[in-house]
Design a protein around this ligand. Structure first.
Ligand code: G3P
Length: 218
């Protein structure tokens, strides 16, 4: 399973990259705004800075909601760096744009996916990645993990190449469950990724090993 980090924060991206487990980055307009990155030029420069930091795919989201606007924006984003994946919302115009980008060899991430039918359409259109938002489904008392399972089944039934990129991940159990369900990629905040490191028996076990070593080496 690939690990992406879901942030536009360069320090956090660097920290995940330094762990040696990072395969890519996802961003969205809200995450860019959270870092105070505003204005087209600053946003484009920020994408370039992220690409410099990591080896893998970097999702950059279009703002347009019409077909022509998405094409113009997507082509501009894709020209920044070959690592860029054009992130397109799951709407009618978005599906048409994904099909266009797919035919041109431009990688895409279909975002704001909340049903397996939407994921089926994204795959038919040729999306590189599909982003089901599991946390936001959990927020409305719907089990987001069922969606990952359903999409996995559908994609396996027809051998779609589209990768399931589980998004809106909130905690380490989401990551564990996605791995069990066979998601291809999880994008998560740094806190959820580093939380995977922790177990109280690891902490206490290490303390005892070090204490015993120090007793014998006084
Ligand atoms: O990048 C999209 C997604 O991961 C958003 O997560 O926490 O805002 O639902 P969240």
């Amino acid at each position: 399973m690939k690990f992406f980090i879901d942030t536009a924060n360069l320090d956090q991206i660097k920290e995940a990259q330094d762990l040696g487990i990072l395969d890519g980055v996802t961003t969205n307009p809200s995450l860019m705004a959270k870092e105070g990155i505003t204005g087209k030029d600053n946003i484009l420069q920020h994408y370039k800075d992220i690409c410099e930091l990591v080896d893998g795919d970097v999702s950059a989201e279009v703002i347009s909601t019409d077909f022509d606007g998405m094409l113009k924006e997507g082509e501009e984003l894709a020209a920044l760096n070959e690592q860029i994946v054009v992130k397109v919302p799951m709407i009618k115009e978005g599906i048409k744009a994904i099909n266009y980008f797919s035919n041109k060899g431009i990688k895409t991430n279909c975002t704001l996916v909340f049903s397996s039918g939407q994921a089926l359409l994204a795959a038919k259109a040729g999306a590189t990645y599909v982003s089901p938002f599991i946390g936001r489904l959990d927020d409305i008392s719907t089990d987001g993990m069922n969606l990952i399972e359903d999409i996995r089944t559908i994609y396996d039934n027809y051998m779609f190449d589209t990768e399931i990129l589980a998004a809106s991940v909130r905690h380490p159990m989401h990551i564990n469950q996605c791995a069990l369900m066979g998601a291809d990629v999880v994008t998560a905040p740094l806190s959820a990724i580093t939380a995977l490191l922790n177990h109280p028996l690891t902490t206490s076990g290490l303390e005892k090993f070090l204490a015993d070593y120090n007793k014998g080496n006084k």
